[in-house]
Structure formats: C-alpha cells, structure tokens
Design a binder for this molecule. Sequence first.
Ligand SMILES: [Fe+2]
Length: 247
Amino acid sequence: MSLSQPSVSNNFYRDNNATVGSLSLFSGIPLSIIPRPVLPYGQGALAPYLSLNAVSLHYGKHHVDCLKALHNLIKGTQFETLSLERILKETVNKRLQFKIIFNAAAQVWNHGFYWNSLKPCAGDKLPPTGHLLRLMNRDFGHFSDTTKDDRGLWRNPGFKQKFFDAAKAHVGDGWVWLVIVKGKLEIITTSYADAPCTDGLKPLLCIDICEHAYYVDYPNKRTEYLNSVLDNLVNWDFAARNLKQKF
Ligand SMILES: [Fe+2]
C-alpha cells in the first residue's frame, strides 16, 4: 500500500508569523522545511459555535504543540529535511518502526485540514453546489433531510445525517472525513492520530471529533458540537476545491 495523499490542499501551511496578541505561537520551533500552520480566519471568527477560547486552545496550544513535538522527534533523523507530506509518505507503511513520528505528522496535517474545513458564516448558509452536490445526490441520495418521524429518526437520511451518525458512532477520539475513492464519495472515520492517506483515497473535508475539539464549548456533548459545526461552519468551498484537484 503506497501513499498518494495528503498532498491535496496542502497550501494551508504557509504562515510563519501567526500570533496570539503579541505572543508568537511558534517561539521555540525552528524554521524548517515543515511550514507552520496558518489559521485561515481570526481565532474568534467561528464564535458563537466555536468560541475564541476554544479555538485559541485547540489551534494555539494543541496544534502548535503537535508541531513542536514533530520537530523534536525528527531532529537529527532522516526526516529532518523532509516536508510534512513526505514524512507521512515515508512512515505510513512503517508504522511499527516510526509510529510516533507518523502519529505526530498526521496530527499536524489533520489539524491543518480541519481548520480549512471550517469557516465563518458557512454550513447551511453556503451548502454544496455544482459537481459536489451532484455526487452527494448520487452517492448519499441527497444532501440533507430535515424531517424526522415520531421516534425522532430521519425519515430519509442524506449526507448530513449519515456524516453525523458516523461521527457520533465513532468510539474514542478521532476524525470524521468525507473522502472520494474511485470516483465515489464515502464517509469514513479514523482514530486519534491516523490520517486517510492511502493510495486512491482523497480527503475532501474533515471534522475533528477528539474530545479536546469540543470540551471547552460542548463539555461531553459531541452531538451538539457536530450539529453546530455541520449546520454553521462547514466549508463546502474547500471540499469542492479538493474535489477538483488532481491527485
Ligand atoms: Fe484536535
């Protein structure tokens, strides 16, 4: 099994100057071939669905800590001069030998993908259109059905309900992804530090379902977090751009 991803949409690692107030998030991280992650909007821009405090901790602490950990792990190794994507490629099939490095690299990459999978004033306000919507209709029946029966179950579940159910059913920390495999859209989940980066599989969108992603605003309430993000923050433009990108 070889790896063709995650080269898709990897231009979200380009800002070496992200700050919280006057405090550099990246002090102590050496300049290297791995670009520093950029948040494509202000840290308070996803409120009220994800608060400034939640994003500051998740991005400014957790994500940056993952990058620092990766730098420390690869220092002095054959991975020190490789790009993030290259490190994933080199370690994905050698997970016993390089498990810690793969996990750290995947965490850094996944979080960059996650931040770009969200944006303010999005979700149902800017639902999928065009080719992406046509694929959704073909592969999931339709995008969303808002009607429920007397038992509170979706009458005719479409993409949103299936995506929500997959995320809700995932045990433990992880990620829920919309991917395309052999021309067909699929919903998958991965566990804590795994990434959908195997041959022939292209991620279009993800939501972080680790507890640290929602415990500040939605303590022990994964379903409320999922509903809020799906309805209000999902960046369908990002998914559509990834769909167009060759890999
Ligand atoms: Fe996270």
